[in-house]
Write a protein that binds this ligand. Sequence first.
Ligand SMILES: Cc1ncc(COP(=O)(O)O)c(C=O)c1O
Length: 438
Amino acid sequence: MNESRPESMSSFWMPFTNNRDFKAHPRLLVSAQGMYYKDVDGNAVLDGTAGLWCVPCGHAQPKIVAAVSEMVGQLDFAPTFQMGHPAAFDLAERLMDYTNHKFGHVFYTNSGSEAVDTALKIALAYHKARGDAGRTRLIGRERGYHGVGFGGLSVGGIGPNRKAFGPLLPGVDHLPHTHNLGKNAFSRGEPEHGAELADELERIVALHDASTIAAVIVEPVAGSTGVLIPPQGYLKRLRELCTKHGILLIFDEVITGFGRLTTPFAVDYFDVEPDMMTTAKGLTNGTVPMGAVFSKKFIHDAFMEAPAGIELFHGYTYSGHPLACAASIATLEVFKEQGILENAKSLQPYWEDAVHSLRGLPHVIDIRTIGLVAGIELESILGKPGARAFAAFKQAFADGILIRTTGDIIALSPPLVLEKKHIDELFGKLAAVLKNLD
Ligand SMILES: Cc1ncc(COP(=O)(O)O)c(C=O)c1O
């Protein structure tokens, strides 16, 4: 294992990174175990973000490590185009069980971005398969994050992610976001105000006509934009409106899937069922890249009524990669055997209280929590949006905790295997960082 500093950092063009700043002041992780990373200097760093929201079961889970190691020696690769391998089918059945059979089929991808683009394409092709080819519009939401493919970018609503990349997909519209500090600041769980924002879909339908709209995609809880929690009743209302207008509803559960809200999916937490659900991240505990689109049976079945032949001209070389399947099967077993959801549930009130204990510290203008997620919003420095939270991120890392920031919002989403002592360490150190922040 290479635990030393690289000789040069110039060639790796890092994603979503201030490359020049990073390379001047690098933060290098060299190993991970349970709740902690170790940095290149040998310091322990408590993982307050489950990597990038993707390690619910904690790092280096022996069962997952063993499953991947075994599979790489047995079947390093197998195509899933006109071929197959048992683990891909086995995993699909297990995933149906894990969703409590709320969905009938799963399509594998390699990432959340690919899952989103796949779901959008399935939505378009579904309507076409039913002879409703005029339904081509896609509706996203302001401040939504659906990855970085052209489909996901187009329905996404984060300005800096979009504006360098031209006109994106045509025929896309956006619902308003639901963030309302004036009415909902310092909320626990679903905020009280804003369900009526779902009715904006009626405005979009009036503008374009329902017969032109294929799908609406939203994150049940928006994560990457800074933890925006849906107002009470909002998702149910959106479901009702989509059903009323024959529009498919897609939940992007790339971060909410696999336990983040203490339930298997946000679908279970909010008791609202979309027609498709996109997932990735926790699906393999972050060990091997994988994404998956879950679809209701009726969507899949519409394709199976076509004349014999390939039903959907879509897929990736690595769809259902054997290593990813092995990692995911082991992840589902770890969830069950180690009571990961139960642990998350039992710690949720302690987590929530710990986060809200930061209220009153300098610059903190909002705190919002749901499941094992927290958003801590800081007042921006005039003319320098994002600078204050980024300074907090750097200091936190130096002090041994990994947090994540977007704009001036700190987003926390630890592995679900954490214990009270980790919560104490995380918020003890974070409070000290915030107290000393300019
Ligand atoms: C809701 C949501 N959708 C899609 C994505 C994109 O996933 P990936 O980075 O695996 O492409 C993310 C990533 O954070 C996400 O949070």
